[in-house]
Every structure is written in structure tokens, then in C-alpha cells.
Write a protein that binds this ligand. Sequence first.
Ligand SMILES: Nc1ncnc2c1ncn2[C@@H]1O[C@H](COP(=O)(O)OP(=O)(O)OP(=O)(O)O)[C@@H](O)[C@H]1O
Ligand SMILES: [Mg+2]
Length: 416
Amino acid sequence: MKIAATTVASQLLRLPWHTPLEQWTDDLLAALPQGISRHVVRFINLDDRVIAVKEIGEFTAHHEYRMLRDLGRMGAPAVRPLAVITGRKDADGNPLTAALVTEHLQYSLPYRAVFSQQVTPDTVVRLIDSLAVLLVRLHLQGFYWGDVSLSNTLFRRDADAFSAYLVDAETGDLKGSLSDQRRLYDVDVARTNIIGELMDLQAGGLLDCGVDVIDIGTRIEERYTGLWQELTGEESIGLEEAWRVDERIRRLNDLGFDVGELKVTSEDNRVVFRPRVVDAGHHHRQLMRLTGLDVQEQQARRMLNSMQTYRLAAGLENMPLEQVAHRWVSEVFEATISQVPAGLKGKLQDAQIFHEILEHRWYMAEKRRADVSLAEATRSYIDLVLPGHRDEAVYLPTGDDDDTDGAGLDALVDFG
Ligand SMILES: Nc1ncnc2c1ncn2[C@@H]1O[C@H](COP(=O)(O)OP(=O)(O)OP(=O)(O)O)[C@@H](O)[C@H]1O
Ligand SMILES: [Mg+2]
């Protein structure tokens, strides 16, 4: 018997490889939710982790191991491969199927487990959106999946974010870059499989029969296409063009995606956008956690975007976001608010003023088709917009302000 593994080899040696996986005893098994599959798959408790063992032909096992390993190296969301076991024999010397061992993806749920609780149409939409993000990310890496489906995907909720991970790479192939034809084939397979899987759920009473599954299946196509165009459609953005980074973030926001990460590639200083799917109210909670600022959802979203672009421009990509947030508050947020003359301070809440300055800057940059510094936008806003505001503090004793997006814009001046 041969164990090809990078780590955990000694722990793997103790497992009963001379017995078919189906006969492994309960004391070895970890009871965790598992999706449907053609092959025998079992979760096993090791000392310090849970692994997934799948019995599969030797050639395929090696192929899948390589795919998962390469995807992992590229930082793609996929389960992590640990080992391939070949040359297994039972007590009588009869050959047994080879096995692929992967690390169990913690807190992940197969879609059937997600649906075993009551799910709102909203959750279904988020699952599909996160699968669209996954597919775009894989395609950007040149990975052709070949068998995109809900059952070959694992879903994970990290706080308010929904992430999808690839679990089954058997049919996958890594190309330098993918032809449009292959990409669209993957999308088509996804659509067909999702519709079939949702119909199964309806037949099994797990999904309301009123839900239009064709509609949801088609959503994957639309979301994928929108994202793909947004992420690849234009020539690359250079780091110096901050307003275009901002523009791109806004368009992703408008599509309903959030920017999870902004990165600069080392070769050509291109800015890479990594989208993600988040829950309602996420931005408010995240900003609160990071900075203690208690603001409305839209304000928080803009402020978090500002934090991300600050992080990028200041070259702080490797600094934890908690620390970046701390610096952003003093160097960006408070530095901006401190520019507001005392006489105008009572007009609006600080967070709303900051939010409006960001909006103002955005309109200025759009008009000019060039960068506008925050300092310039702040001066312009203080001179032209803020004086026109009613004194909101006077009649808003709670400090609550629902009109987060529109306020102030009617007072906007035309920079013709
Ligand atoms: N590393 C892992 N972490 C969590 N769950 C896993 C892991 N590996 C496998 N699973 C679970 O086992 C299920 C089956 O795995 P997989 O899709 O690889 O099997 P398969 O037999 O190749 O599937 P198919 O029928 O699509 O060919 C998955 O849907 C998932 O629920
Ligand atoms: Mg599968």
C-alpha cells in the first residue's frame, strides 16, 4: 500500500485501509452533514482534525488531488487535499479501490443541509450568488470545472458572508486560460444541474413548490455574466487611478456584490477585485466591530469601501483589517471631519458628513474623469454643499438619519 501525503501521514497509517470504506466502524466516523455522491465518502475523526475519505479510481484520485492542490496554491476556494491511498488490499489479498483524502471543510454545509431548515427565498438567492462568485473565481484562474452543481459545492457562512467552495474536482481541468466556449459550457451545466437539484428538493418537500426553480437556475447565468464582465470587461485599472477603483467598487455594489478584498498584482500593479456575497445589515455590523462607529448600512458600506481603498493605496494589504481600521479612523475619517468648521458641525452627524463628502468626491471625479483628492473634495463640500443643509441636529434628537444616500445630493453643485 502506498500513501502519498504531505502531512498527517502517520495518523493516516492507523486507519483500516485493508477494509472497504463502507465497512469502517462507527467509532472512526464523524457525524457531519454530507451531500449525495456516487462514490462512497466518509468523514473520519483524526487526532486534531476531521478528514473526508472518498473511494475513487486511482487515476482519478491522483488527478483530483493535483487539481485541488493547484487550486489551493492559487488561493481558490476549494477543499484541501491531504493524500491519495493506492495499492489497498483486503485480508485475502483482493485489491480495494484507491482513496482520496481531503481535509473536512469546517462549518461547511452541503446544500441539502442548508435546505433541511426553513430557508427564505433570500437565502436561496445568496447561495446562487455565492456559487456565481465561486465560478467566476475559478474561471479567472483558468479552471474548467465540468460538473458544476449544488452538490459539488459546499456552502459556508462566515459571520454575514456567504462563501461557496468547490468540493468535487474530478472532472476539472486547469488551463492557462479558458475559452469563452468552455466557460459558458460550465455556466450552462450549472444552470441545468441547479434546476434539477431544486426540483428534487421540491419533490422531497424541502423547497416550497411556489418557488420558480427555472427562474433561480437562470439567475446563476445572469449573476455570473454580470460579474464576469465587471471583473474582466475593461482594461486593467492602475493603482494610481483611485477614482476608477472606486467606480468599479460601486458597480459591483450595484450588482449586489461586495468587495471582499482588493489586491495589487506584483507584476503589473493591476488592481484585482475579489467579490463576495454578504447578508443584509453586514456593513453596519462590520464597521461597528472594526471602529465602534454606529452608522446606517449605506454609510457603513461606503466607509468600508473607503477603508479598503485606503488600505490598498497605503500598501497595507498584509496588515489585519482591525489595525487598518484603526489607522483609517484617525488618518482618514477623523482627519476629514476635523476640517469641518465648528460653525457647520451641528448640521449633520459626522458619519453622514463623511458619507456625503465621499459622494461629493465621487461626483467630482466622475465629471472630471480623473482623481480628486479627499482633501480637495472636503474643501469643496464644506464651501459649496454643507452651508446649504438644514441644521438636522436641532430636529433630530436621536441622531438617526434614514436618508443615507440621498441627503445632500439635492444641494449638489454642477461642476460643468
Ligand atoms: N473535504 C470535505 N469537506 C466537507 N465535505 C466533504 C468533503 N469532501 C467531500 N465532502 C462531502 O461529500 C460529498 C460527496 O463528495 P464528492 O462530490 O467529492 O463525491 P462524488 O462521488 O465524486 O460526487 P459525484 O456524484 O458528483 O461524482 C460532498 O457533497 C460533500 O458533502
Ligand atoms: Mg460530487
